[in-house]
Write a protein that binds this ligand. Structure first.
Ligand code: TXA
Ligand code: MG
Length: 319
């Protein structure tokens, strides 16, 4: 029997009972549990096979809850919350004592966001605790953007995927930390950096090496298909050099001559980056099911959401 269901009251019961429920958000599905339940939080780490040093994001139902969770809200953090929440921005701020150490992997900061999905906002309104929720995929594999992706990963491990349809944005939230009250990007994501800069001015992106102590989840290899995958800015050349193989293509718009290609996914016929982001992970799931020798992914334009998509593709293709 399928574990996918629209029954919010069942989800509430399970969560109140310290069990896990996969929940829809605008970015990706999350594997959610009560932040105050040690049992639920340990189950999140065990189910995902996630290393315990990698902290979780706390999901709240409204920005008013932020002050209950963190000790200090820099002016620019408040501005970002006011403009973007509910929405795909996660703020990393100093935690209050009530936030358990297993959520933050012992760190003094906590990551928080208000997800922009009607079903999950309704759920959060009807429980009296925030939800810890990492993306609902096994550690380092492709993130889930449809309830079926979660079911195929975890049908033996959890009782319910709360069905909220396909995720609209399709890549994870942008994570922002603060240094001397100034915002710094820890993880590129669904809110393009250009939009953030309109609100808080020029903002630094931490490179992968700098970020690793702060966001251990920003591991080099992540979001990865099982099939060997490469990223290229020269499709013709890459296809030629693998001409003896079963090739799958992940391309931005459909301009390529596709002789010798076994399977191809076009992210956006009209070169629309929002559409490309929303299709990215499902495209990788589909390609991974085709028994290909290699997936060749095309680099996207390096601005707006293209920058965030390129970040994910570069991690998906690290060996
Ligand atoms: O869109 C999203 O953010 C999704 C949905 C479900 O909300 N969640 C998500 O969670 O992507 P996860 O666990 O896959 O990624 C969370 C990232 C990890 O890289 C983790 O290291 C980082 O957030 N993180 C969590 N707490 C942190 C903290 N206190 N300081 C720095 N990074 C932190
Ligand atoms: Mg993840």
């Amino acid at each position: 029997m399928s574990i996918i269901s629209k029954d919010i009251s069942k989800a509430i019961k399970l969560l109140n009972n310290e069990e896990l429920v996969a929940i829809p958000t605008e970015t990706v599905y999350g594997l959610a549990g009560n932040i105050f339940s040690e049992k639920a939080v340990s189950a999140i780490f065990a189910t995902k096979k996630r290393p315990s040093f990698n902290p979780l994001i706390v999901h709240i139902g409204s920005k008013d809850w932020l002050k209950e969770i963190v000790t200090h809200i820099p002016e620019k953090a408040q501005r970002l919350a006011d403009v973007f929440w509910p929405g795909p921005i996660t703020l990393v701020l100093p935690k209050k004592e009530i936030i358990p150490d297993n959520i933050t992997a012992g760190k003094s900061t906590v990551a928080v966001r208000v997800p922009n999905h009607a079903v999950t906002l309704e759920l959060l309104k009807n429980i009296d605790f925030p939800l810890a929720a990492p993306s609902a995929n096994p550690f380092s594999s492709i993130s889930p953007t449809q309830p079926e992706h979660v079911e195929s990963y975890f049908k033996k491990d959890i009782k319910m995927v709360l069905d909220g349809g396909p995720c609209k944005s399709g890549i994870e939230s942008t994570i922002i930390g603060f240094e001397d009250d100034e915002p710094v990007i820890y993880r590129l994501g669904s809110t393009p950096i250009e939009e953030i800069e309109k609100v808080v001015g020029p903002i630094k992106i931490k490179n992968k090496k700098e970020v690793s102590p702060d966001a251990p989840g920003m591991l080099e290899r992540h979001y990865a298909p099982k099939t060997k995958t490469i990223l290229t800015d020269n499709l013709t050349k890459s296809i030629k050099s693998h001409s003896d193989k079963r090739i799958g293509l992940l391309i931005f718009n459909d301009i390529h001559n596709d002789d010798n290609i076994q399977f191809k996914v076009v992210l956006s016929e009209t070169s629309n980056l929002d559409e490309a982001a929303s299709k990215l992970y499902d495209a990788l799931h589909q390609l991974d099911e085709q028994e290909l020798d290699i997936i060749i992914a095309e680099q996207l334009p390096d601005y707006g959401l293209g920058k965030s998509i390129n970040d994910r593709l570069s991690r998906a293709t690290k060996s």
